[in-house]
Design a protein around this ligand. Sequence first.
Ligand code: KMH
Ligand code: ZN
Length: 275
Amino acid sequence: MPEPLLITVAPTGAESAKADVPQLPTTLEELVATAVECEAAGASMIHVHIRDGEHQPTLDGQRLKDTVAALRESTDLVVQLSTGGSVHDPLDLRLRVLDAEPDSCSLTMGTTNFGDDVFSNPWPFICELYQQTQDRGVVPEFELFDLGHVASLERLLGKYGLPYGGKVHVDFVMGVPGGMPGTAAALVAGVAALPAEVTSWSATGIGRTTLPVMLASLAQGGHLRVGMEDVLTMAKGVPVESNRQLVERAVEAGRVAQREPMDGAGARALLGLTP
Ligand code: KMH
Ligand code: ZN
């Protein structure tokens, strides 16, 4: 039997403006409603960036705690908070995301050019964040924007050992201008380079690379991340109406590959989260 498919939804991100994309879930109510419908459609993990009252990206501690609580109350999704935030967030605030006690957090394995900006992830920050996840019982998802990040992951695991829970899950974030391209060839190279400790991997392609990366991931037995953080069109000139639509498309693609969507319990087992 092919392995069930982990579908992570990344519904909001930090890059798109509500004024430009009114269907982007930016309030807590919109985020919870999105989470509920994406879970029903087949997602089992949610990668969360939150916004403030003006719909701007924020890492406000109380809002993060309220968000984790609300998502736990309404869904069985694995709640993953972004520690990447926006390119403007300082490193100390990004570390404090863990105070909200999520199930999981993102942990990007290196600095990368990010369009015209720089997404800063210095090595000492990576080490500090990783050790804090181990101490606080949070399962990291290692975000790999470039092939060099794969080598850094090997270095990190060699220095500090396995994550909390004992599993190593990584996510290839491809097609960011400044990172690795969103191509099947790049994904093949990335998967081939993964350290032996890695137990599962997913992939997402930004913008027009969404479909090639999704299909290449399924072709190699990988898992999927989808959502409006990563793509705002279904096809050229056709706007995404909702995150649910992207999850439904991932479920459909997975079924072609004979991969049924994993439920929350399956995702927790995959990630080493105790029930
Ligand atoms: N918003 C990007 C600068 C993450 O969530 O950890 C970083 C990002 C990665 O989205
Ligand atoms: Zn993110």
